[in-house]
Ligand binder design. Sequence first.
Ligand code: PEP
Ligand code: MN
Length: 337
Amino acid sequence: MIIVLRAGATEGEVRQIEDTIRAKGLSAHISRGVERTIIGAIGDERKIDTASFEGLPFVDKVLRILAPFRLVSREFQKEDTVITVRGKTVGGKRLALFAGPCSVEDRGMMVGIGERVAACGATFLRGGAFKPRTSPYAFQGLGEEGLKYLAEAREATGLPVATELMDPRDLDLVARYADVIQIGARNMQNFRLLTEVGKLDKPVILKRGMSATIQEWLMSAEYIASEGNQKIILCERGIRTYEPATRNTFDVSSIPVVKSLSHLPVVADPSHAAGKVTLVEPLAAAAIAAGADGLMIEVHHQPSMALSDGPQSLKPDAFEQMVLRLRRVAEAVGRNL
Ligand code: PEP
Ligand code: MN
């Protein structure tokens, strides 16, 4: 960390900064110029909050050198993380394909859609039993009943299942059924929830919050990793901007940016980014081309009757056709789908 003092800072003020740096266990390197004094804090600067200096009247600016996240950073681990669940992988050359309905609605649809997406090459089955809905009057999910249908669909298809956890009080229940736990966009900064899933030995999909910066997203991943769980799958699902033509704005640039900053796998969810079925495929193609490690796609047998997110859900036939075309995109960038 570099602390640039204002012109005219006194020796006493320089010493005050030095003392604060030393008290945190770092050493201080002082460089006196003609007009300004610059102080370098040498050591693990994550132990120091920039705010300890920023508020001082004799400090001009404070610059961090290291990213504030550590365990999830590329500096900490050079090689890409590859997560294996029931023989399926996330990360590496083969793209992961999470597919299934937004909500688990009944047993028949979970098994039926599960079998269809499995036949098309999906590697994980998704479906929400606890749904984060904007309206308290909208369908909230089937809860444990839904988790049971998911588990039955796993038996029928052999696909590992991913489902959302919204509340730490449901953790034991959800963890009993799920192979992969999803933390939704709205809970990306629910730090208690992140801490609890960090104690599990189970992969976690961490969706990007709809107004979260990349750094905030990675800090949330750090919460999970710092509790011991390194099996984290990041998911870009679009951010909220001023543009109303799409449900969210798909931030395709976050994929290569995150892959350069972190060793964690990044999957893309074009369904929630687009909000419209016609936009899912072009966004999915862009995500693969940008280096995503997988996709999450909502599929429903009868989208007009879906209890949530029907307008962005592909019918199984359309999903099948899309996967065939996306395979060629994946091959063009040296990946398999
Ligand atoms: C979902 O996956 O159905 C969902 C609610 O996603 P998000 O948290 O990205 O909105
Ligand atoms: Mn959804």
